[in-house]
Design a binder for this molecule. Structure first.
Ligand SMILES: *Cc1c(COP(=O)(O)O)cnc(C)c1O
Length: 408
């Protein structure tokens, strides 16, 4: 008899986006004339940078010629891309990361989801709350949690991030082995300073813990004092892995390319307390379970680092951040407390009522789709997320509607 992996049965059905879709559909059916504005999306909307398109066309032509055809590539990614990443994202910013420490992949969702399989079943795991659900669910699937009770999985440690701690979790009071951090954060849009990040690195060094640092939104950082990489922090190379993606940076959500950085000096431990090299372990995992990102897409990612590519990416980010600023300004003018929108495409708004009630209010009174904070975890209750991934025209119209609703 074929038996199920019962860990999967523990997963709470993720009803957030289906429930949003259902409510929006119902509203639209009842109000066919209202033009709904979607500020709930966690996906980019601007087209790919021209430099990437050109590189892809060229790469496709290469695949059509016997002399330049490519079959399987290296699982870790082509050298041309790993070298471009190491040079532009790290070495030019005085961060000592080599191309060999970079693993190119088809997404940070897969990498942050898969990475936990390198660790023992009995480690203590801490996740942010509110959270990007991948960190939680992948550990549930792996059997590292108990039942879902009162909005939380037993056995997981939740790092509360609310208005009361400025959306920066306090250090856990118990000993943690694996810590997920995401800055600039999804969903809150909050960012972390070097000093604040140093506290987490020091904790990890002291407790022989590991930090999985999700930097998917680093390209949105405008404040030059904020760290783009955890490896800007002294000691981090021994205790951290960094995940970055071209998805939000360059509009690759449908094109698929990301990378994970594992310094060669990063170690974990076996049951005897002996050091195990994490870089070698992930390489072994990837060469077994992954067969690389397509050549065409890696050429497109490389083009992000060309002079034109850099300019085009910068323009796209500036466009979204302009939207974000408009949202943030309006929300504050209307008297709401919010965070994010300065170094992030997300604005996290305190609604002083049930998240879903406020979601309904915005939908019915202003025709605006938001994301209820409670969908990201217990500490998200009482908040909603607005996203800047829409057109300036739509965002402007949405903000006009909000002003009318709240000022009348
Ligand atoms: C969008 C996003 C990613 C990127 O995922 P990809 O699989 O690379 O598209 C990673 N982490 C967070 C928190 C995100 O919001």
């Amino acid at each position: 008899m074929i038996k199920v992996n019962e860990n999967f049965l523990r997963l709470k059905s993720s009803y957030l986006f289906s429930e949003i879709a259902k409510r929006v559909q119902e509203f639209q059916t009842q109000n066919p004339k209202v033009e709904i504005i979607r500020l709930g999306i966690g996906d980019v909307t601007l087209p790919l940078p021209k430099a990437c398109i050109q590189a892809m066309h060229k790469a496709i032509d290469e695949l059509g010629q016997a002399s330049t055809f490519k079959g399987y590539g290296p699982e870790q990614g082509y050298s041309f891309l790993r070298e471009a990443i190491a040079k532009h994202d790290y070495q030019q910013k005085n961060i000592d990361i080599s191309p060999e420490e970079i693993f190119v992949s088809d997404g940070s969702k897969c990498d942050t989801g898969n990475f936990q399989e390198l660790f023992s079943q009995d480690i203590k795991v801490a996740v942010p709350d509110p959270v990007y659900p991948v960190y939680v669910d992948s550990n549930v699937m792996a059997g590292r949690t108990g039942e879902f009770k009162d909005g939380e999985y037993q056995g997981l440690v939740y790092l509360r991030s609310t208005k009361h701690n400025n959306y920066l979790p306090d250090l856990p009071s118990q000993k943690i082995d694996l810590i997920y951090l995401c800055f600039p954060n999804n969903p809150t849009g909050a960012s972390i300073t070097k000093e604040q990040l140093q506290v987490w690195v020091d904790y990890a060094l002291e407790h022989k813990a590991l930090i999985l640092f999700d930097a998917a939104y680093e390209a949105f950082i405008q404040d030059s004092t904020l760290p783009h990489s955890i490896f800007e922090i002294p000691g981090a190379k021994q205790v951290a892995v960094e995940f970055r993606s071209f998805s939000k940076t360059a509009g690759f959500t449908g094109t698929r390319c990301a990378f994970t950085v594992i310094p060669k000096e990063c170690f974990i431990y076996n049951s005897q307390g002996e050091k195990i090299n994490l870089h070698k372990l992930w390489l072994r995992r990837q060469t077994t379970k992954f067969n690389g990102v397509s050549y065409v897409v890696q050429r497109a990612a490389q083009a992000v680092y060309s002079e034109e590519g850099q300019q085009q990416v910068k323009n796209n980010i500036a466009y979204y951040l302009n939207n974000a600023q408009l949202i943030r300004k309006t929300i504050q003018e209307l008297g709401f407390h919010c965070v994010g929108g300065e170094n992030s495409p997300y604005i996290w708004i305190e609604c002083k009522q049930d998240s879903w009630d406020f979601f309904n209010f915005l939908l019915h009174k202003a025709g605006i789709v938001s994301t209820p904070g409670s969908g990201f975890g217990k500490s998200g209750e009482g908040y909603i997320r607005l996203s800047a991934f829409n057109s300036l025209e739509n965002v402007t119209l949405a903000m006009q509607r909000l002003k009318e609703v709240f000022n009348s």
